[in-house]
Design a protein around this ligand. Structure first.
Ligand SMILES: *Cc1c(COP(=O)(O)O)cnc(C)c1O
Length: 356
């Protein structure tokens, strides 16, 4: 893929105080665009100055939510090198998401090349402060100018980049979780395994409701029996029960196949932990909590890496996990993953891709 680069003549002011970066509000100078139509396929790959998109109001994305996205980061090492973490995994996942939604998948190599070249152009925007990063948001959407929904004729792929602050600027605080029993986010045969905007729309009401009640995340149950645990917020979830690591299986395609989840399971197995990927019922977790065997619980995702669960409310009863503190296994996973990502630890897996 040949990428045409047009640099901005009006570069933005880079944040001077990286401690005030926050998340996803400031964007770099450039973005990537790639067009698709059914006659030419993917064409016109370009890096252009960051700016508004020009879309027809009838574009499919606005009416029928034909949209999928990815979330990944670029990290700066102490030596100044900017690097990516498993970008091919994001590319493959977006390919699978697009296929499920009926969008033209972006070839995996084109996705990775686009991310690499865009980050290379905007490399100076990558923060220097420990824990800060460039958050990368690739997204793909249908652009047919018609409110009649048929096979798509046109689509666009865009990547924007946001310098972002340290997720745990004030230390790792455990979260309290509410089990959602009314709304569900996914059913078998649906889009649970895809990173599509529509999944977030389905999840929004429960998320807001939980926040109003003072919880920071929702624990999602399966859409059929509402018995088995699937995910927490927009993270995968893991439990340490009686020394064993148990996490919901992704086999039925109702759970998002997290790259953090996949990486952690590998680290855990390599360190000799017993890991079980299977159905986990609320009842099983409740029983473990009552028996004093629920040692740790944590969410996993790119944004936070880990999010320890401090409190879990089941049927009105609030269970506190590990004294509302981050546990040793959760801490080990956080240290290992962030160590590899920021180049403080050696990467024995070949997960790191340096940006030129
Ligand atoms: C993105 C996402 C995750 C975490 O995936 P990572 O690849 O680890 O960032 C988990 N659940 C949902 C619903 C997500 O959208």
């Amino acid at each position: 893929m040949e990428i045409k680069i047009t640099k901005t003549t009006n570069p933005g002011q880079k944040p001077t105080d990286e401690s005030k970066l926050g998340f996803g509000k400031v964007f770099t100078d450039h973005m990537f665009l790639y067009d698709w139509n059914d006659k030419e396929g993917w064409h016109d790959a370009r890096i252009v100055p960051f700016g508004n998109l020009n879309l027809h109001p009838a574009s499919t994305v606005f009416h029928y939510a034909l949209e999928v996205f990815e979330g990944m980061k670029a990290y700066r090492t102490a030596e100044g090198q900017v690097q990516l973490f498993r970008p091919d995994e994001n590319a493959k996942r977006m390919y699978n998401s697009a296929e499920r939604i009926g969008l033209p998948p972006v070839p995996v190599d084109d996705f990775v090349q686009a991310v690499e070249e865009l980050i290379s152009v905007d490399k100076d925007w990558c923060p220097h402060t420990d824990g800060c990063s460039l958050y990368i948001r690739p997204f793909l959407y249908g652009t047919d100018a018609s409110v009649g929904l048929h096979t798509l004729h046109s689509a666009q792929f865009c990547i924007i980049v946001a310098p972002s602050g340290a997720y745990y600027a004030e230390g790792i605080n455990p979260v309290n979780i509410m089990i959602e029993t009314e709304d569900v986010r996914a059913v078998r045969g649906g889009t649970g395994f895809t990173k599509c905007g529509g999944n977030y729309a389905a999840a929004q009401r429960a998320t807001v409701k939980a926040e109003e009640k003072g919880f920071s995340q929702v624990l999602w149950l399966d859409g059929v029996e509402r018995k088995y645990i699937e995910e927490v917020g927009s993270m995968n979830i893991m439990f340490k029960i009686d020394g064993k690591i148990i996490t919901p299986s992704i086999e039925e395609k109702t759970v998002l196949p997290g790259i953090t989840r996949k990486s952690m399971l590998q680290v855990l197995r390599d360190k000799g932990y017993t890991v079980e990927e299977r159905k986990v019922s609320v009842e099983e977790v409740e029983k473990a909590a009552l028996d004093g065997k629920l040692e740790e619980a944590w969410g996993t995702g790119t944004a936070a890496v880990v999010s320890p669960v401090g409190n879990l409310t089941i049927n009105g009863e609030k269970f506190t996990i590990n004294d509302n503190k981050i546990g040793p296994t959760t801490q080990m996973l956080y240290d290992t993953l962030t160590g590899i990502q920021w180049g403080k630890l050696e990467d024995p897996y070949g997960w790191i891709v340096p940006v030129k």
